[in-house]
Design a protein around this ligand. Structure first.
Ligand code: 13P
Length: 279
């Protein structure tokens, strides 16, 4: 990510992290990237890793990089331990997130630093997280009441002590679908982004209105994570086809259109994030 994230921060655009959940997701994201000539990040959660298998995941990402020729990253999403991060790096991931946000600050800094030291020695970038992002993603579930915004002074100290390549801070977004209106604290983004050289990461990008995304990028967000909107597009397409025709049995007949629905979602996000033609 160090090849393209600094450009994103300087050029006031954001690179999308689109989660890879299976082959159709990977193909959809790659096709969208090629059509838009946009850099992108494959995000892979620990749940998705278990589902796809680490070797398959890396092989798919390599094939996507070779076919597209685009600057792309294969990134562990919400890595829970040093061991998982190392396992991914050894398998061929080019980037890892270590999510120590549920630890006290000192412990989060200590653990993140260990990952950064090892990852950087192998040319792999690292994302850290501060504050608690609400919502549900795979095995991680955070109640609204437990979601806590990041404190700017802590975020700045976290960056200075860990040396992460990008920093996810809780600023009001949540994983999964929103029940009400999203209230993003642009002031927190701006304060932290001004004080540190690396971009801020916005998790929970699904369902955030376009105008809010634009304002967040303007304030200093350079990486935006999107998963749920692709999952919904995929599932809706399959539901529609199977609902209309009970005789379909060839999975390609519904997985093809499901993939195409995701291509449209990802292309729109790339245009919104300003990453189109930035490859
Ligand atoms: P959404 O599923 O809300 O888009 O969030 C994705 C995400 O933040 C992955 O880390």
């Amino acid at each position: 990510m160090t090849e393209f994230l600094p450009k994103a921060k300087a050029g006031k655009f954001a690179v999308g992290q689109f989660n890879m959940n299976n082959l159709e997701f990977a193909k959809a994201i790659t096709e969208a990237g090629m059509a838009e000539q946009s850099p992108f990040i494959f995000g892979v959660s620990e749940g998705a890793l278990k589902y796809m298998g680490i070797e398959y995941t890396v092989a798919i990402a390599k094939a996507a990089a070779e076919e597209s020729g685009l600057p792309i990253a294969l990134h562990l999403d919400h890595g829970s331990s040093f061991e998982v991060a190392m396992k991914c790096i050894r398998a061929g991931f080019t980037s890892v997130m270590f999510d120590g946000s549920h630890y006290p600050l000192e412990e989060n800094i200590r653990l993140t630093k260990e990952v950064v030291k090892a990852a950087h020695a192998m040319g792999v970038s690292v994302e850290g997280e501060l504050g608690t992002i609400g919502g549900v993603e795979d095995d991680i579930s955070v109640d609204e009441a437990d979601a806590a915004l990041a404190k700017p002074e802590e975020a700045i100290r976290f960056y200075e002590e860990t040396g992460v390549d990008c920093l996810a801070i809780a600023v009001g977004t949540a994983h999964g679908m929103y029940k009400g209106e999203v209230k993003i604290r642009y002031d927190i983004i701006e304060q932290v982004a001004k004080a540190i050289p690396v971009p801020i990461v916005l998790h929970g990008g699904s369902g955030v209105p376009d105008e809010s995304i634009r304002r967040a990028i303007e304030a200093g967000v350079g990486k935006i994570n999107v998963n749920t909107e692709n999952q919904v597009a995929c599932t809706n397409a399959i539901r529609e086809i199977l609902g209309k025709d009970a005789k379909v049995y060839d999975p390609r007949k519904y997985l093809g259109p499901a993939k195409q629905a995701m291509v449209e979602v990802v292309r729109e996000k790339m245009r919104l994030f300003g990453s189109s033609k930035q490859a």
